[in-house]
Ligand binder design. Structure first.
Ligand code: GDP
Ligand code: MG
Length: 163
């Protein structure tokens, strides 16, 4: 049986980098709801033996300040609704920011099944963020480097029981 993974989190944490790594070049736009369509990207992902659908919450970077919060919230809620599990990414170098806590709250309210990923963690750079991440109350974080492909075996392992 297959499943859908949504990658969520504030802009610039590395969601699209991971999406691209998981999908390669094949991707499709999610096209069933106007206004959201260009900001949710869906693709067929592969991770070791696992095959699943992955959704990237994209396009947030282009939103204006005043609309950003509401837009991020809407897209995240939508992504949660269409997925079985969420990978909530934070930037391990930046640590846990107030915006990250807003996302954690959205996920908690939605009762989403969450995997917490601390990205940009290559070369121990994400260590501070890793320990901070426990304070989000979303369980044990995974150390990832979307750019360098680190932590992919750990991600595979936590996804295995969902598949
Ligand atoms: P998004 O806004 O969450 O989709 O983030 P992007 O995937 O666009 O990445 C934002 C920036 O972080 C880009 O400059 C990426 O190259 C960089 N980035 C993504 N993943 C990593 C990583 O694992 N390590 C480092 N050092 N940089 C990363
Ligand atoms: Mg992106």
């Amino acid at each position: 049986m297959s499943f859908t993974l949504a990658i969520v989190g504030r802009p610039n944490v590395g969601k699209s980098t991971l999406f691209n790594r998981l999908v390669g070049r094949k991707l499709a736009l999610v096209d069933d709801q106007p206004g959201v369509t260009r900001d949710l990207r869906e693709g067929d992902a592969r991770l070791g033996p696992l095959k699943f659908t992955v959704v990237d919450t994209a396009g947030l970077e282009e939103a204006t300040d005043e609309s950003l919060q509401g837009r991020m919230r809407m897209l995240t809620e939508r992504a949660v609704d269409m997925s079985d599990v969420c990978l909530f990414m934070i930037d391990g170098r930046a640590g846990v920011l107030p915006a990250d806590r807003v996302f954690a709250e959205i996920l908690r309210k939605k009762n989403a099944r969450v995997i917490l990923g601390v990205n940009k963690a290559e070369g121990r750079a994400g260590e501070t963020g890793f320990f901070d991440a426990y304070s989000l109350g979303l369980g044990e974080p995974l150390q990832l480097s979307a750019e360098h492909g680190e932590g992919m075996a750990d991600l595979q392992e936590v996804l295995m029981p969902i598949a």
